[in-house]
Write a protein that binds this ligand. Sequence first.
Ligand code: FES
Ligand SMILES: [Fe+2]
Length: 351
Amino acid sequence: MYPIDEAAPYPRNQWYVAGTGQEFTRDILARRILDHPLVFYRTQEGEPVALWGLCPHRSMPFELGQLRDDELVCGYHGFAFSREGACVSIPTSSQISPACRVKSYALVERGPWVWIWMGDGEPDHALLPDASDIGLGADPSGWRIDITEPFVMQARAQLLIDNLLDLSHLAFVHNKTVGPAPIALAQAETVREGSRLFVKRTMEDEPTTPFISYLMPDAGDRVWNELITDFYSPGLINAGGPWVWKSRPDGSRGEAVAKLNFVHVVTPEGPNSTHYFGVLTRNFRLDDDELSLAMAAQNDAVRREDIIALEAIEKIVDRHGDAKREISVKADEGALMIRRWMRKLIAEENA
Ligand code: FES
Ligand SMILES: [Fe+2]
């Protein structure tokens, strides 16, 4: 499957975002992740729960059932299941087979999201991405965090990962919404550090753009500006920028001004569709709700442009795309590194 030749198009042994914390309520939420039908809810104590989404009796989707205290009651014949997935009562039988159960999944609530482990064996907590450097850790103080509209994109996750690792597309896909952004076409520096990968573009001592002046009126006339893709994991990628520093009179990099982050959460729904969640974080104008609304509206428009592009590619890529023969340039360096790494992860999982 393009561009990864393995039968499985995404690694399983990773943490993926199942949803925002606000989506986990006392109502049953159904969502397909890694092609598994799942249901989510919260216990009366507020703990998030994830279970396989189909009843083991006759495959009724649990989303049509209801909660009874912390138990999930199937809407077809009333079998009830604990939060661990064990059948605990059957209205027409006093006998309950131990085989009458559904899988439950480990969840971790961190920052604005609930993360799910659907991998083999015990969850590997060391793999949970730590994005505390952009305000998404246990302590968000000093950051404004705005959850943006979630999308389901009819395109495979890898297309979105490729997209985020080559931000030169800002100048084309987003030329109407983002406007002129010469930094998008600057030479990128790509650095791999463990499982993290950074693709950084820097403008050194340039006149302050109107967008930076609008965001950060104190930036001054000349600034250093960075646009960065920070790949934390296959499920979490930050497109950071503008990240701004004042220029000193000699043109060197001076005092830090502020950072704005467009954080992209990529959760495969299935082989050909993707949950695309987002959050904006910034470390300036923390109480400015109008700025948040304006940035969220722009961000939604930008993401829709990506979705249009990637859904167009999805429709034809298996018939006509060929990762071995396609042309790549320097700006693809980060995406190619991550593709190789993802292929290796997937191959190891399936060995
Ligand atoms: S299908 Fe769920 S109880 Fe029968
Ligand atoms: Fe984009």
